[in-house]
Structures are given as structure tokens and as C-alpha cells.
Design a protein around this ligand. Structure first.
Ligand code: MTE
Length: 320
């Protein structure tokens, strides 16, 4: 397990407080009522999404204590019933629809400008990767946020396995395409499949993470099972779900939202409270499951790890 030095934004181990100590149902209801998340949410049912998953025995995995929070972990029942996954609908209560997704067999293709192109079965991949848990903040461009215990492995490990060639500059990620399962994909005005991209430097940054689990279990389907990206210094739309392909390329990928509206959603999408989106001021965020609005932090509080990657890119729209 990798142990890193304490970061400036870390606070003492308060955030690992057991759920029942900080969970206040009234607060959650107040927070959700404000966000409209209660409609059809089935609040009160325990999530039981992961039971049949063949990788269930791998979890929980050891926590990497280097990644700490400045806030409480969002209750699982809240985070798992308030999701963006347009393949299953353009609202937040997609979790029942997402259960239709078949996650075995599942393969991830590594292709493009690499020495080791291959298609990996998800369980082979899980067996080869060093699994760990990390507590990360998540900031959606829609100005809500949560804090989640992801399980998975550093994206840098997958990059190492692929063996990028000298000219490779970007990673292009792609989600599955199956409109018979994901009815949102029948909406032909969206440019399916969902695509996202990172620079190779971003992909090998210590924070870039591939999540295969959450809350000590395999990823529930609505979180993007069986494998998703997590880039906590960027707006949440970069965290592409249910990945089937990663291509290494010298061409900057055009992402799903960028293709839909490039004046609002860019390639970089780094969190910055001082750069408002057309529809959402970004200075503060609604913390899911609470009635709290917090000040948003530059790079979502991860400047120390990531700001250096952008210092020479003064002409790029880094924050949209
Ligand atoms: N990935 C796919 N394939 N489809 C999506 O609609 N939504 C994105 C991102 N990844 C999305 C996706 C957006 S806008 C956000 S905020 C996060 O997933 C939401 O992740 P969560 O549901 O785990 O909170």
C-alpha cells in the first residue's frame, strides 16, 4: 500500500466517523428536498445492488490513508440514488433502470498507439491490479458534490500495462453501446456512445483512478459498473462510466458533452470556483444529503497534486 505525505487540505481522521454517528436523516431529507432527488427515490430501502457480483469477494480492499477528506463521507443510500448516467435517462433516479445492465461477461479493450494491445476480461483485470480504497470528493458541474470511498486502482497501472508508444498523447475512453439495455441510447440526438478523454500526463497523475468498487463492494450499476474513471479535480462528467474501450492516440478526443455543446463543456473541465458555467455559478456547491452549501475549491481541493500539469497551458480553457 502506497503511503504518501500529508497534503495541505487534509484534516485529522474525523471523516472516517462511522455513518451512524453523523448520519442525520432530517438533514438528508432537507438536502434532497432542495435538489428534487426525493421524487421516486425509494428512500428507506437498503441498497442491495452488488450481491450477485462475482467480484464481491475482493472487497473491501485496504484504504490508502494518503487520500483524506475535509468532510463526511456521503451516505451510500444517498449517493447511490442520485446519479447521472444518461444512458438510462436524463434525470437523477436512474438506479432502477441501470440494474438492466449486464456486467458479466465484460471486457475492456486497450488499443491504439501502445505496445501491448489487448482485450481484458474484467475479472482478469481485477486479479492483476493492486486494489485499494480512496476517499475522494466529487464535484458535478451542476454544482452538487459528494464524498465517496472508491475502490479500484491507479489509472497509471493500466497505462503501464498498455505500454504507450512515443507519439501517444491522449487516452480516449468509451462506454458500452446497447440501446436494447440502455433506453437513453435510443435518443438519437445524443452522440452515443459516451466518450471522454485525458492527456497521458493526466492519466498518469497519482489522483487519476479507475474505480471498480465503492462503499466496500463492487460498483453498483448506477455508479458505472463494472469499471469507471474517477478524476476528482475535474467536473464529474469527465468520470466516464461502464468503460469498454481505452484508445491511446495523438489526437485530442472530443468528449460526449463537448460534442453536444462545446461552448459549455470543454476537454479540460478542471474545477474552478471563479469560472462560472453558463447555467451554474461554480463558487459554491450543494453537499448531497445535507442542507450545507460549501465553498468550492480550486481543482476541487487537489491543486497540490495537479496544478503543475497546467502551468504552461495559458491559452487553453482549462476550467470549462
Ligand atoms: N458516464 C456515462 N457513460 N454516462 C453519463 O451520463 N455522467 C457523468 C459521469 N459519467 C455520465 C458518465 C456525470 S455528468 C457525472 S456528474 C458523473 O458521472 C456522476 O457520477 P455518479 O452518478 O457516480 O455520481
Amino acid at each position: 500500500m502506497k503511503i504518501l505525505k500529508r497534503r495541505s487540505w487534509e484534516i485529522p481522521e474525523r471523516e472516517a466517523t462511522p455513518e451512524h454517528v453523523f448520519f442525520n436523516r432530517r438533514q438528508i431529507l432537507a438536502g434532497l428536498a432542495g435538489s428534487g432527488a426525493l421524487i421516486g427515490s425509494g428512500l428507506g430501502m437498503r441498497p442491495a445492488f452488488a450481491e450477485e457480483n462475482p467480484s464481491a469477494g475482493l472487497y473491501p480492499v485496504p484504504r490508502n490513508e494518503a487520500y483524506k477528506l475535509d468532510r463526511e463521507i456521503t451516505k451510500e443510500e444517498i449517493a447511490s440514488k442520485y446519479n447521472n448516467f444518461y444512458e438510462f435517462g436524463s434525470h437523477k433516479q436512474i438506479w432502477p433502470a441501470a440494474q438492466k445492465l449486464e456486467i458479466r461477461p465484460w471486457t475492456v479493450a486497450l488499443e491504439g498507439m501502445i505496445d501491448n494491445p489487448q482485450t481484458l476480461g474484467i475479472d482478469d483485470l481485477l486479479a492483476r491490479m493492486p486494489l485499494e480504497e480512496r476517499l475522494y470528493r466529487h464535484r458535478c458541474v451542476e454544482a452538487w458534490s459528494m464524498a465517496v470511498p472508491w475502490s479500484g486502482f491507479p489509472l497509471a497501472e493500466l497505462v503501464k500495462l498498455a505500454g504507450p508508444q512515443a507519439g501517444a498523447k491522449y487516452l480516449r475512453f468509451e462506454t458500452f453501446l446497447d440501446p436494447s439495455v440502455a433506453s437513453g441510447q435510443k435518443q438519437s440526438w445524443y452522440p452515443w456512445p459516451y466518450v471522454e478523454g485525458l492527456t497521458l500526463e493526466e492519466a498518469t497523475n497519482e489522483l487519476a483512478f479507475i474505480a471498480t468498487g465503492v462503499y466496500g463492494k463492487p460498483l453498483a450499476k448506477q455508479f458505472g459498473a463494472p469499471i469507471r474513471l474517477v478524476t476528482p479535480w475535474k467536473y464529474g462528467f469527465k468520470s466516464i462510466k461502464s468503460i469498454v474501450k481505452i484508445s491511446f492516440t495523438d489526437q485530442r478526443p472530443v468528449s460526449f458533452w463537448e460534442e453536444i455543446q462545446s461552448s459549455e463543456y470543454g476537454f479540460w473541465a478542471n474545477v474552478n470556483p471563479e469560472v462560472p458555467h453558463k447555467r451554474w455559478p461554480q463558487s459554491t456547491e450543494q453537499v448531497l444529503g445535507t442542507d450545507e452549501r460549501r465553498d468550492t475549491l480550486l481543482y476541487n481541493g487537489y491543486a497540490e497534486q495537479v496544478a503543475g500539469m497546467y502551468k504552461d497551458l495559458t491559452d487553453e480553457p482549462l476550467f470549462m
